[in-house]
Write a protein that binds this ligand. Sequence first.
Ligand SMILES: *Cc1c(COP(=O)(O)O)cnc(C)c1O
Length: 361
Amino acid sequence: MSIAVVEIDRKAILHNVEYLKEIVPDSELIAIVKANAYSHGIKGIAELIHDRVDGFGVARLTEAMSLRRIGINKPIVILEGFFLRDNIWFLIDFNLQTIVHSPWQIDLLRDFAGESLITVWFKLDTGMHRLGFNMDEALSEFNRLANCPVVRKPINIISHFSSADELTSQQTLQQIKLFDDFIASIQNKSLIGKCSIAASGGVLAWPMSHRDAVRPGIALYGVSPFQTPVAELQPAMTFKSELITVRPHKQGETVGYGQIWTSSQDTKLGVVALGYGDGYPRSIPENTPVLINGRRVPIVGRVSMDMIVIDLGNESQDKPGDEVIFWGKGLPVEEIATLTGISAYELLTRLTTRAKIHYIN
Ligand SMILES: *Cc1c(COP(=O)(O)O)cnc(C)c1O
């Protein structure tokens, strides 16, 4: 068939959900399915795990609306919040929960005239310094939010770690302390809803951060938020294609654009139907491996839009149609991340729609 395929093992996803529930038995599990479920297919993943999770998290309003349109009726949290006044109508019509991270959003909610109530998550900046209220304005802004008629009480409280993947860093403990200090400073305790601070890193490495709800993304897909794979997780994705052809190649001959590689010996080259147009990075170091018939061989020459050339070696018995794996079982995406300096998060989410998603199991 010779096309780039993103093969997703459903059983692995279900295993990961069960594992996460096992290590976080007392918190709600909000499954993060932004960016097309990290390229695993938002529809396929949401439908697969719908009955096993407590809710879903996405970055954008459009992602949340697409979940509702395919019939997902669990709570959905928009992690970036709403951008415009008219977005508030969609929050109501689609029954979506929003993060509130800025004073101007509270102004819009305060001035909004409507009967319905919106469930909100008050975002506290405990050290990420991206979105969220500063510690010194947080309490007064929280009270202002609580006074908006359209806002459902109690108000959920959320924050995000900047360095949960750094296991010896003091930053995470400091962020937890600020989170707790803020919650303690709220006088009217009945205004305090669910509290959530842990994404995958917090879930796996910082048990004291679990609280009422956890928000794992990458761990659901079996990929580690750290440098190295997590043994208990099962990677769900195999990114692969097939050999289009195998050609003899002489010592001293180059291959591909810019002639950046010259063979030091007679060999056989395989041409694979997958390229940067499918989302494989163009900028990779020499000798980045792929997996073919159970062995690792290097990519040679420049990655092109639709094809990649691999050095099969002179003794190769590989033939057109043989499967070539770029990451997945036997070649962890974490390893490609380390080799290329492109994080596993980016490797997953940069896949393009030309690479077709196939579900197995
Ligand atoms: C993306 C995101 C998550 C999930 O992060 P992972 O590291 O993939 O688990 C959780 N919370 C927020 C606010 C996010 O933006």
